[in-house]
Design a protein around this ligand. Sequence first.
Ligand code: ATP
Length: 565
Amino acid sequence: MTDQSRLSYPKLIANYLVGQKLGAGFSGAIFIARNIHTNHEVALKLQPINEPCPTNKYERAFYPVLQGGKGLPTLWAAGQEGPWDYLAIDLLGRSLDSIHRELMMKQDVWDLRSVCSIAVQVIDRLRTMHTRGILHRDIQLGNCVLGPAHKTQTIYMIDFGFSKFFIDPNTKRHIPDSKEPRDFIGNYWFSSVRVHCRNRVPSRRDDMEALALMLIHLLTPGGLSWTRNGVPKTDEAHDVLMREKRLARPEDLCRGLPPIFEEFLRDCRRLNFNQRPDYERWLEDFYELANEHGYEDIDRFIWPSPYPAPTYRVTAAPKPMARRDSGSSELEGVLNGIADMHLGGGFGDRQVLGERPNLVNRDSPAPAKDDAKGKGKGKPPAKADVIDLTTSSDEENANTRAGTAAGVRLTKAAHLAQLAREINAAADNRALAQLVRDFVLVMQENRSKMLTKEGFAVLDALHKQLGDPSVFVAPLRTTRVRASHGAGSQNENSSGAGAERETRQGKMNKLWRLAMDVRGAGSNAQLAKLVAEFGAVINRSSGRTVTKDGFGFLNGLAARIEALS
Ligand SMILES: Nc1ncnc2c1ncn2[C@@H]1O[C@H](COP(=O)(O)OP(=O)(O)OP(=O)(O)O)[C@@H](O)[C@H]1O
């Protein structure tokens, strides 16, 4: 890197009169410049041609491909003159970093409207870049800037010095993954754990994860914990930073925030190397979040914010009892063993549910509201009596709830897994109905209403028990069709437009119809079919969340199962 302070920049480069300095970066400086023929003002990025890290040269390759994309700057001129390499690009506005610094003098976190607006705009920019075969690889607040004077409500992406084509222009295939040691490319604050701490090759998922971390940073008082000591100056300090980043669990990073932030971060971390992120799903979910809070038109980033008061902030995480690398794996093992114990007991006999042709169709199932009364029986012990078993940062078991007669606080995943086992062992409709109510309780008590793989396992068990427990029933999960998660979407060229995804209205309509059908179901076999349909609707929906209508269906199901007993 060149020592900026010793450089003396020219007054005229090509057709540009060099004016006020806007900022200095890793390997050059950027100035306001005016075209001497047209008076057109640009931002001129100047770099010595012998710069050891010639980012201008790299950036030049990407601009032609990015031209015309919303929120991507226009390149007006580029070349070398004398000892200088220059790029003339759109003159843009303030960076989010500069807004952030100013805002943090007044309040501890950003307001939700602004964060949603940043989310949808940057997701959209990444979608454009990725669709054109380019990874950004340096997502950070300083590289998101407001548009020029007539487009100040559009967020622009800048600084493609670390960018890379991830589709090979000759083979048209995704670049290969590799486990070879490699230099870290990115930034300390937001680069993904895989890229920063595990030295993996960056791909689309890592740009998205960096965005997720950046959004969480904006809602964390004092910022993400590893950003608080500044840029690490020694290898030891860098190691400490990486360790902290690696160990930070999504549920702790997002405690107190709407569930979408945690789900977004987890989803980015779940993607395969060459998998296309489901940009559409996340756009839709952030629009929905904004909508729920009455924020309109978040495609426009309005600053100062019309709703400046912070709505959410990350709350401090309790100190975990046992952490993976804290050396207490024995204790952890014992606790997990307790969590995995089959606490249902007493159902060792062969299952006797399934089709009951002799059942009378009673037309008066209890309304969903009444079902809630039954929940007292399976009600978990008070939270104060429980032990926290949440230890995994990678699995979908983040959110704890009070649970089980053993007085152990199970993770959502452990509790759902236990419910699935109990459903498989249930001896009659009455027991099954109670377990469905317990399922509703577990889901409702948890912050995230996302139906995880353990939740689908509960539906699978129900489907099997209500159908015919003696025959193998294909798991509902195998019917998953989500655009970005299905096998087909592994292909980098997949459009992933989500043709088979459920719209919000479609989901509501289908759940409403299912809730109606469940009331009239005359047999366990009919209920089994409705459970399968329910699973399919949730599976195709945005965020795979169980909504109010979904709980309505489940409560109706419990009532009907009981009525058929
Ligand atoms: N087109 C632009 N219009 C206005 N300001 C800009 C523009 N491009 C960059 N800047 C300002 O200059 C700063 C440095 O620019 P940029 O990030 O492109 O340079 P860099 O040398 O690659 O920097 P870094 O080392 O931080 O990655 C930015 O944070 C921004 O404040």
